[in-house]
Design a protein. Sequence first.
Length: 119
Amino acid sequence: MRTVISLLAAAAFVASLAMPARAADMTVKGEVVDIACATSKKDAGRGAAHAACAMACAKKGQPVGIMTADAIYTVTGDYAAKRNAKLLDFVAKTVIATGVVSEKDGIKQINIKSIRLAN
């Protein structure tokens, strides 16, 4: 009987490790950036000096994210649809966004429910 219980407990543990991280609502504050430039060019790939390039990439439908002090959250869902149409007014600006945050393959994602410019 102990063997059966031990096997069931081990199977449950292994199954829990295989499940993706659970998504949760969260609010993040950061700059809306073109992910490719923000990660490859570091400081030169964000801010007002990079706004025109970031806007051009966002209009092409390149992945856009919110860069916080400690991570970049790739924008998914409605706000990333139609070549980031709903995000264009926020590119290269600091925003406060609330939405469902998840992580897939080590990449943080946010499916934005609401977004506004930070003061």
